[in-house]
Ligand binder design. Structure first.
Ligand SMILES: [Fe+2]
Ligand SMILES: [Fe+2]
Length: 191
């Protein structure tokens, strides 16, 4: 099983990589997404999901913006598989579904598609395009569908290249504490 330390080290080692052709790094994107979750009053599990939703990108060796080369790295599945045994479904499921949530919202929410960045539009095509009505019904029936949509909206907004941010060490210390609390919570739920 992967450890919390390993997840932290992924951000330490690779957090400075550019995020998918956007004006932020991977670490800035993750931190901004978690910040939006916290500001929205999300549970700690959903805040951690926001923090870690793209950690799958850091687990692959693909550099830069893989979608520009027509590659879907399936980062959501990769991350969810690692997060489930550590933090349980409250963290892993919204992460696993954050790409599907985009496909859902493009179909269901007027104006959403137009709000997406160029890279998100490019990856949408690789990820299967907008959902069909039948796929939307299946998605909406999942227990984490709502959390995944909330996460998706923060994800789309967490690309602000102008937003001032604390030192990386402080940001990573926040992540470490949140992971420790969510780990305990998941362990107590398992009993
Ligand atoms: Fe993602
Ligand atoms: Fe993201």
């Amino acid at each position: 099983m992967m450890t919390l330390q390993f997840l932290l080290q992924l951000f330490e080692r690779r957090g400075a990589l550019a995020y998918d052709g956007e004006p932020v790094t991977q670490l800035q994107h993750a931190w901004q997404c978690a910040r939006l979750a916290r500001q929205a009053g999300a549970s700690e599990a959903l805040q951690l999901a926001a923090w870690l939703h793209d950690v799958g990108h850091l687990m692959t060796d693909l550099e830069g913006s893989p979608t520009e080369r027509g590659i879907d790295d399936a980062h959501e599945d990769l991350a969810a598989r690692v997060l489930l045994p550590l933090f349980g479904p409250a963290v892993a499921e919204p992460v696993r579904l954050h790409v599907q949530a985009k496909r859902y919202l493009v179909r269901q929410k007027p104006g959403y598609a137009e709000s997406l960045s160029a890279d998100s539009v490019r990856s949408l095509a690789l990820q299967g395009g907008p959902m069909t009505e039948a796929e939307c019904a299946q998605f909406a029936a999942l227990s984490a569908a709502r959390e995944a949509q909330r996460l998706r909206v923060w994800d789309d907004l967490a690309k602000d290249g102008e937003l001032p941010w604390p030192a990386s060490e402080q940001v990573l210390a926040e992540l470490e504490l949140l992971m420790a609390r969510c780990r305990l919570e998941a362990a107590s739920e398992r009993g």
